[in-house]
Design a binder for this molecule. Structure first.
Ligand code: FNR
Length: 352
C-alpha cells in the first residue's frame, strides 16, 4: 500500500498535498506585530521543503493578546499587507498557508524565551484573563475581563479572521491550547468566574465556542477552520480528555473541521509523561469519539512513526514542530524513506 503520509487530504474544498503540517511556532522576531524577512524565510523554507500546510505562529488578534512584544499580530491593515508576500510565496510552492489566531490572556506581556521567560520589565502591559490570578509567581498579575470585554474578544477574533483572509491565508486555526486565553476559560483551574462564563462545563466553554462559531461564520465556507486544544492539563481537577471530547463534539456542530490535539501549558508544575507520540492518544480518542478529523502533534520525529499513526487511524494529519526546525526538508527525506513521491521545486531537481 502506498504511504498514507503522502496521500492528499481534502477538507471542505481545500486539498492538502500530503499529511505533514508545520505546527505553529512563535519566532519572537516581530516588531509591532509585523512579519518581516525572517518570517518569510522561516515559513517559506518549510513550504519549499514539501509540507502540505504551513501554519504561521500564534498571531495576536489584539496587541494586549501578545505573549511578548515580539509576537506577530493581525489587528491592523499594515500587518495584513506584510503577510501577503509570505502567503503568496507559500502558495507558489504548492503548500497551503494557515495562521494561528491567538490571544495570550494571562500569559501575555512576558519576555521572549532567550531573554528568560516570565515577567516583563518596564514597558510591558497588563495582560487580561478570566480572573486576576497570575499563571505563576513569575508572571504578571492579569486584569479580569468584564462581560462586555469578553464580547470584544469575540469581535477581535472575527476581525482577525477577516484580515487573515485578506492577507491570503486559506486555513485559520483558533488557539485554545497551552494556557492562553481560551484555554484559561475552559479549565476550572484558571477559570474561577461566577458569571455565565465560569463554573459549569457549558459556562467554561461559552467563550471558546462563541469564538469558534463567529470565526466559522465569517470564514469562507469552502475553506477549513481548525482549533488547537490542550486535551488535558495533566492535573487532577483540571481540564481533561473527557471534557475535550465534549468540546470537540460542540466544535464540530458549529462547523469546525479539524482538532489539533496538543496538551498542557495551563499549570506550571504539571507532570507530563514526555515520550515519543505522547499526545497521539488524544487525537485518536477525539477522532473516534467526537467523529471529527484530528491532527496529532508532539514528539513525532520519524517517517515510520508518522506513517504508523495514520495507518492505525489515530489521526488524519501529522503536525510537526521541532523536527521541521531541525530539518525543513523532512518531507523530502520521509518520502524517500517511505518510497513515496513529494513535490520538489524545479530549482532543486538536480539534487533529487
Ligand atoms: C511551539 N509551539 C507552539 N504551539 C502553538 O500552538 N503556537 C505557537 O505559536 C507555538 N510556538 C512554538 C515555538 C517553538 C519554537 C516551538 C518548538 C514550539 C508548540 C508546537 O507547535 C508543538 O505543539 C510542540 O513543539 C510539540 O511538537 P514537536 O516539537 O514535538 O513536533
Amino acid at each position: 500500500m502506498s504511504a498514507q503520509l503522502f496521500s492528499p487530504l481534502t477538507l471542505r474544498e481545500v486539498t492538502f498535498r500530503n499529511r505533514i503540517f508545520v505546527a505553529p511556532m512563535c519566532q519572537y522576531s516581530a516588531v509591532d506585530g509585523l512579519p518581516n524577512h525572517w518570517h518569510l524565510v522561516h515559513l517559506g523554507s518549510r513550504a519549499v521543503g514539501g509540507a502540505a500546510l504551513v501554519i504561521a505562529e500564534a498571531t495576536a488578534v489584539r496587541d494586549v493578546g501578545r505573549i511578548s512584544d515580539a509576537d506577530l499580530g493581525i489587528w491592523n491593515e499594515e500587518q495584513v499587507e506584510a503577510f501577503r508576500p509570505i502567503t503568496s510565496f507559500i502558495k507558489d510552492q504548492g503548500a497551503i498557508a494557515g495562521i494561528q489566531l491567538a490571544h495570550a490572556g494571562r500569559k501575555g506581556s512576558t519576555k521572549i524565551p532567550w531573554l528568560g521567560h516570565g515577567k516583563m520589565e518596564a514597558g510591558g502591559w497588563t495582560p487580561v484573563g478570566p480572573g486576576d490570578t497570575p499563571f505563576s509567581a513569575s508572571y504578571p498579575i492579569p486584569r479580569e475581563l468584564s462581560a462586555s470585554e469578553i464580547e470584544e474578544v469575540v469581535n477581535d477574533f472575527v476581525s482577525a479572521a477577516n484580515r487573515a483572509r485578506a492577507a491570503g491565508f486559506q486555513v485559520v486555526e483558533i488557539h485554545m491550547a497551552h494556557g492562553y486565553l481560551l484555554h484559561e476559560f475552559l479549565s476550572p483551574i484558571s477559570n474561577l468566574r461566577k458569571d455565565a462564563y465560569g463554573g459549569t462545563l457549558d459556562n467554561r466553554m461559552r467563550l471558546p465556542l462563541k469564538v469558534a462559531s463567529a470565526v466559522r461564520d465569517v470564514w469562507p465556507a469552502e475553506w477549513p477552520v481548525f482549533v488547537r486544544i490542550s486535551a488535558t492539563d495533566w492535573t487532577e481537577g483540571g481540564w481533561d480528555v473527557e471534557q475535550s471530547i465534549v468540546l470537540a463534539r460542540k466544535l464540530k456542530a458549529v462547523g469546525i473541521d479539524m482538532i489539533d490535539c496538543s496538551s498542557g501549558g495551563n499549570v506550571e508544575r504539571a507532570t507530563i509523561p514526555l515520550a515519543p507520540g505522547y499526545q497521539v492518544s488524544f487525537a485518536s480518542r477525539i477522532r473516534k469519539e467526537a467523529d471529527i478529523a484530528t491532527s496529532a502533534v508532539g514528539l513525532i520525529t520519524s517517517a515510520k512513526q508518522a506513517e504508523a499513526i495514520l495507518e492505525n487511524g489515530e489521526a488524519d494529519a501529522i503536525s510537526m514542530a521541532r523536527q521541521l526546525l531541525r530539518d525543513p526538508y523532512f518531507p523530502m527525506h520521509a518520502a524517500k524513506e517511505l518510497g513515496a513521491e513529494v513535490h520538489w521545486p524545479n530549482q532543486y531537481l538536480r539534487a533529487k
